[in-house]
Design a protein around this ligand. Structure first.
Ligand code: AMP
Length: 541
């Protein structure tokens, strides 16, 4: 007969995280730059009380368990209260990316069937534009107090602080099945309509535990953590959960994400650890280099969302900031891998150590991965063979929200990324499969080309896309934004590649532009670039 364990069974619920933070790190601070313009400070104890009031207010508004409640908001304390209040009472916190086009936002809100939308004042014009197209939303809640409520709005609004003020906070977090839905994020959807990843309490709590571990993000109560990655980009990579879980001080930058504003906040609040996509660090680095600034306390950052160019990793290292290169996706909650050295790597020469740090890294416990060829046959872990990357695990999607077709292949989720894995399990993304350049049947990694270009002192940003070639079908075209005041010619740039990549990988041409379009999550929008350059005539054609 099976012998059952005899330990307590407690469901893994998101409310338990904020309860824990309030009870054991009650006086630890949460500092937020508000859309109203000032800095707001309070503690985990205050946050939990207000999240309970919000849960009561949602009940009073008739929000039911399982119902979706949307947000259009920056990183701030009220958004954090919504994360916990909504999920904690059993409803689903649906973070909507306000940088999407209004039509996409309306599509997502309608597809999710959001009952209420909470929004930061910045997004009032957006709300006024999409509200007529979202007939099922019962109320739009402005995340502010009465004094800051807009004098006029084209949509009837509720006031966040008034909703909270009407409640007493005498509320017990309900206990329920840990497998119930907790939050919802839509993929950026570069092709077709965005698709929803519906997380559960269990998947979120497990992901929070795992991502806080030393060889993942390595969060601790002695840290001061500032997530630059927005709370509308895969739940800010889980930091709004893992930071209270470890009891670290949390700093939320609100709408000001430019280099100067971030630097000021890093210094003022003694930030030790941060996370964001490469484009954010470009802005910060540029500001710091221009003003010859140094960080006083900032020591570690996670970079992910797209490949961190080695030149960026080195530039941050020169400022005494360790870069943790991480990889994941919306469908993975999002964290899959992080690049931390093993004990045997510490004595390696710098150049070899750098090569390892530049990879996207090893899985964290809970994630399993493999690479396969076109027939689905598993490829060796030799750091050379590259193939489609597949993953599985308890915080990886099984199916998309309101879509019955399974995306899985034999129980594995195909990531759409192409990668190598070395003998120590370090994974390196070669490319997104749609971005890889297929030159005469052979593949060229656009990321490798971009990484070389990014190391040129005159280059601010570089994207490598395929351009049509009559003989090779596709050849690499390098699209470059120069640093302000910097000069470099096409020939000089192409020469810079010599000896750094195989000869046949060197781009056929360079197109200088003033701007590279970015997606709503700050990634280079290569699909748009490919459209923009679809009739481009290569000099080699
Ligand atoms: P999203 O769901 O919007 O976060 O996008 C996930 C995709 O971003 C992944 O499938 C990768 O193509 C890309 N990505 C995320 N992190 C990295 C990284 N460190 N290096 C290269 N690509 C990345």
């Amino acid at each position: 007969m099976a012998l059952m364990g005899q330990m307590m069974s407690a469901p893994l619920l998101i409310s338990s995280i904020i309860k824990h933070a309030a009870r054991y790190y009650g006086s630890t601070e949460i500092v937020s730059r508000r859309t109203e313009g000032d800095l707001h400070r309070y503690t985990y104890r205050d946050c939990e009380l207000r999240a309970r009031k919000l849960a009561q207010a949602l009940g009073a508004l008739g929000v039911k368990q399982g119902e979706r409640v949307g947000t259009l908001a920056w990183n701030g304390y009220r958004h954090l209260e919504i994360y916990y209040g909504v999920s904690g009472m059993g409803a689903v916190c649906h973070t909507v990316n306000p940088r999407l086009f209004p039509e996409q936002i309306a599509y997502i809100v309608n597809h999710a069937e959001d009952g209420y939308i909470f929004f930061d004042l910045t997004f009032l014009p957006l709300v006024e534009g999409v509200a007529p197209h979202c007939p099922n939303v019962r109320g739009w809640v402005a995340m502010t107090d009465r004094a800051h409520m807009p004098a006029e709005a084209k949509v009837p609004l509720l006031c966040y602080e008034e909703l909270l003020d009407a409640q007493d906070g005498d509320y017990e977090w309900p206990q329920f099945d840990e497998n119930l839905a907790s939050s919802l994020c839509y993929t950026s959807g570069t092709t077709g309509n965005p698709k929803g990843a519906l997380y559960s309490h269990r998947s979120t709590v497990l992901h929070s535990y795992a991502s806080a571990m030393p060889d993942a993000l390595g969060c601790s109560a002695s840290d001061v953590i500032l997530p630059v990655v927005p709370m509308f980009h895969v739940n800010a990579w889980g930091l709004p959960y893992s930071v209270p879980l470890v009891g670290a001080k949390l700093v939320l930058p609100g709408p000001k994400l430019d280099g100067a504003s971030l630097y000021e906040l890093f210094e003022q609040e003694k930030v030790t650890f941060s996370a964001g996509v490469p484009t954010v660090w470009l802005g910060l680095l540029q500001h710091m280099q221009a003003s010859q600034l140094k960080f006083s306390t900032f020591r570690r950052t996670v970079i992910g969302g797209s490949a961190a160019p080695p030149a960026m990793i080195r530039a941050l290292e020169a400022l005494d900031v360790e870069v943790i290169h991480a990889w994941g996706m919306t469908e993975m909650s999002p964290l899959g891998t992080a690049s931390k050295l093993l004990a045997k790597h510490h004595d390696l020469p710098d150049a070899e150590r750098h090569k390892i740090q530049e990879k996207q890294g090893r899985v964290i416990y809970g994630v399993d991965m493999k690479i396969v060829d076109g027939e689905g046959k598993e490829l060796p872990w030799d750091g050379k063979a590259f193939g489609d990357l597949l993953v599985r695990g308890p915080w990886i999607i099984e199916r998309y929200f309101r879509n019955d077709a399974s995306p899985l292949v034999d129980g594995w989720f195909p990531t759409g990324d192409v990668a190598t894995i070395d003998a120590d399990g370090f994974m390196q993304i070669t490319d997104r499969s749609k971005d890889v350049i297929k030159s005469g049947g052979e593949w060229i990694s656009s990321i490798d080309i971009e990484n070389v270009a990014a190391a040129h002192p005159a280059v601010h940003m570089a994207a490598c896309i395929s351009a049509y070639h009559p003989k090779w079908d596709e050849r690499p075209l390098l699209v470059v934004v120069k640093k302000p005041g910097a000069e470099v010619s096409r020939e000089q740039l192409l020469q810079f590649f010599e000896g750094k990549v195989a000869k046949w990988w060197i781009p056929d041409d360079v197109a200088f532009v003033t701007e590279i379009p970015l997606t709503a999550t700050g990634k280079m929008q290569k699909l748009r670039l490919r459209e923009q350059f679809k009739d481009y005539k290569l000099p080699t054609a």
